[in-house]
Design a protein around this ligand. Structure first.
Ligand code: FCA
Length: 338
C-alpha cells in the first residue's frame, strides 16, 4: 500500500514536470522570449540626458505596439558601443538604433554590425566615414540642424529687441562643440541668423566645450566671461539645452540674471525643471525637438526592416518648435512628453 502511493506521487510529479516543460516551450514559441522573436537594440551615448530617456520611452511604445523586445543600452564611449553590438548579437537581436558616442566610430560600428549580421539605423548623430564625410548610405534620422539653429538665432535677436537692449553692451556667447557635425551646424545656423539681423560679428564669441554636457558648457562659458568683463548683457545659444544651461549657470556665478541674460536651448526636454523654477532664469526658451519621432519612429522603422525587409529612408530630418515658460506645459502635453 505505502509503496503504491509512493509510485503514484512519483508519477504525478513526473507528469507535472513534463507538463511544465511543455508549457514553457509553448510560451517560448508563442512570442515572449523565443528564438524567432524580434529583438532590437536602442543604444544611446548619454543616458543621463532626459532627451535620450525620452527616446527610450517612445521606442518602448513602438515595441509594445509591434510586439518586439527592446534592448536599451547606454554606450558613453567607443568601447562600450562596440561591446554593445557583441552583446546584442549574443542576445539574438537582429538590428539596432544608435546615437553613437563618437560619429567617427561609424565605419567600425558598421563593420562589426555586418560581421554579426545586424541592421543599423543611426539616430541624432550621423556617422562620419573615413573620408571625413557623412556616411549617407547608412539610414539616418536626425534634426534639420542648421534650420533649427537659425530659428534659435532669430529668436535671440527678437528677444533682444523686445527687451530694448542696446547692441553696444550686448554680446553673444555661442557654446560650440564642433567635433560633432549636427552640433556645428546648429551653432553655425544660430550665428548666421544673428549676423544676418545686423549684429556685429566682433561681438559674437565662440566658447568651445570640451565635453557636451552641462559642466563642459559651464567651464567653456566661464573662460569667455573672464575674458569679457565689459559685456553687460549676454545672448546665449549652443547645441542643446545642456550647453545653454551650463552657460546660464556660469553667468549666474558672476551676478547675471534673467534681466541681462537670454539663453535659448535646443531639445526642449532637458530644460523642463528650469521652466518650473518659481523665478525666471536666464534660460528663456528652447527649440523643442520631436523625441517621439526619434524614439518611436526609428524603432518602428527598424522593426519593419527586420520583419518585412522594408529598408528605412536614408535621410529623415525633423523640425523643432520654440517653447518658453508661457507655453511649455501645453506643448509638452500635446507631444505626449508630459
Ligand atoms: C545630439 C545631442 C542631443 C540631441 C540630439 C537630437 O545627439 O547630443 O542632446 O540634441 O542630438
Amino acid at each position: 500500500m505505502g509503496k503504491s502511493i509512493g509510485w503514484r506521487f512519483l508519477l504525478v510529479g513526473l507528469f507535472l514536470l513534463v507538463g511544465c516543460d511543455k508549457q514553457d516551450a509553448a510560451q517560448t514559441n508563442s512570442g515572449s522570449g523565443g528564438a524567432d522573436k524580434i529583438r532590437i537594440g536602442f543604444v544611446v551615448k548619454q543616458p543621463e540626458e532626459p532627451w535620450f530617456q525620452l527616446e527610450w520611452k517612445f521606442a518602448q511604445q513602438a515595441a509594445d505596439k509591434d510586439g518586439f523586445e527592446l534592448i536599451k543600452i547606454a554606450a558613453p564611449d567607443g568601447e562600450k558601443a562596440l561591446g554593445a553590438i557583441d552583446n546584442l548579437a549574443a542576445s539574438g537581436a537582429q538590428g539596432f538604433v544608435i546615437c553613437t558616442p563618437d560619429d567617427k566610430l561609424g565605419p567600425a560600428i558598421i563593420a562589426k554590425a555586418q560581421s554579426r549580421d545586424l541592421k543599423v539605423l543611426a539616430v541624432d548623430d550621423q556617422f562620419i566615414g573615413g573620408d571625413g564625410k557623412p556616411m549617407t548610405d547608412v539610414p539616418y534620422l536626425g534634426i534639420s540642424a542648421r534650420k533649427i539653429g537659425q530659428s534659435v538665432g532669430q529668436a535671440l535677436i527678437d528677444q533682444m529687441k523686445k527687451h530694448n537692449w542696446s547692441q553696444d553692451d550686448t554680446a553673444v556667447c555661442v557654446i560650440t562643440f564642433d567635433e560633432l557635425d549636427t552640433a556645428r551646424e546648429r551653432t553655425e545656423g544660430a550665428t548666421e541668423a544673428i549676423k544676418a539681423a545686423g549684429f556685429p560679428g566682433t561681438l559674437i564669441f565662440k566658447a568651445p566645450q570640451k565635453t557636451s554636457d552641462v559642466p563642459g558648457a559651464f567651464d567653456a562659458a566661464n573662460i569667455l566671461l573672464t575674458q569679457h568683463p565689459e559685456v553687460k548683457r549676454w545672448l546665449i545659444c549652443g547645441m542643446n539645452d545642456s550647453a545653454v544651461l551650463g552657460a546660464v549657470r556660469a553667468t549666474e556665478g558672476r551676478g547675471f540674471n534673467a534681466d541681462n541674460v537670454i539663453g535659448i536651448g535646443i531639445n526642449g526636454t532637458d530644460c523642463i525643471a528650469e521652466f518650473e523654477k518659481p523665478a525666471k532664469t536666464g534660460f528663456y526658451a528652447s527649440a523643442l525637438l520631436q523625441a517621439k519621432l526619434h524614439g518611436y519612429q526609428t524603432a518602428d522603422m527598424m522593426y519593419n526592416w527586420i520583419k518585412n525587409g522594408t529598408e528605412p529612408p536614408k535621410d529623415t530630418r525633423t523640425i523643432g518648435v520654440l517653447i518658453d515658460r508661457d507655453n511649455f506645459q501645453q506643448v509638452l502635453k500635446d507631444q505626449g512628453i508630459r
